[in-house]
Design a protein around this ligand. Sequence first.
Ligand code: NAP
Length: 254
Amino acid sequence: MGTALITGATSGLGLEFAWQLATARHNLVLVARDAPRLEALAGQLRAAAGVEVEVLPADLADREQVEAVAERLRRIEPHPVGLLVNNAGFGLGTAFRDSEIADQERGLDVMVRAVLVLSHAAVGQMTARGHGAILNVSSIAALTAGGTYSAHKAWVRTFTEGLAAELKDTGVSATVITPGLVRTEFHDRAGIDFDSTPEALWLRPERVVSEALAAVRRGAVIHTPSKRYRVVAGTVRTLPRSAVRAFERVRPDR
Ligand SMILES: NC(=O)c1ccc[n+]([C@@H]2O[C@H](COP(=O)([O-])OP(=O)(O)OC[C@H]3O[C@@H](n4cnc5c(N)ncnc54)[C@H](OP(=O)(O)O)[C@@H]3O)[C@@H](O)[C@H]2O)c1
């Protein structure tokens, strides 16, 4: 997979992708907004794993800054990016009617538009070389009716499936993961209280990331980390959509 570019590398799943990929001897390009945190991480990764790490601070809600990341994906120096991990994302933590439209647009820009633009840049460079992989982070929420977040994650899943079909036999793969609840900064940042959620429903980032990278290596298109969430996903798929919508109305975090 060569050099990997990871968005949202400062915390949670992105941070874990950085560590697991560096440990597997991949050079890295790290993208997120918090430049000091990215620099500190890059120093730790260089020292611990001996890999090359580029730091590319960017707000993926900003079109010019997304373009700077796309430009890095098109460039093949100092190394071509062989794996793009579209991971950055966040929850708004408010009902649609109570939210600010500017916040909604930021969500769409980071979790949909940036994924679209960065995938396009990566696909051009990778298909020209006949080699590469794109890994997109969706969510089990793609199967539910949890507002615009579910809609964004459903877009990511469907987009990746279409991309995988289009890229068949090009040497470039597209994989999407649909994790359930993972212990990261996500819920605190969104101000969502998940304290009463049973411990058994929480996944560790280490497990989600190792399963995601294994899915990329075997060329899987869709992967739901952990057996328990594969059972959840299989069950939700069998429910009538009216039952899925009814669950949204009684959800404890609403
Ligand atoms: N945690 C879960 O339960 C869960 C479940 C399913 C799917 N996911 C998905 O997993 C992905 C990673 O989330 P996480 O759980 O690891 O959350 P996290 O710990 O909050 O990490 C989110 C990352 O995204 C970056 N980010 C946020 N807004 C950004 C922006 N405008 N521009 C650039 N980077 C931005 C953050 O970095 P900066 O603040 O430095 O920019 C941070 O590195 C997300 O796509 C999320 O939807 C999470």
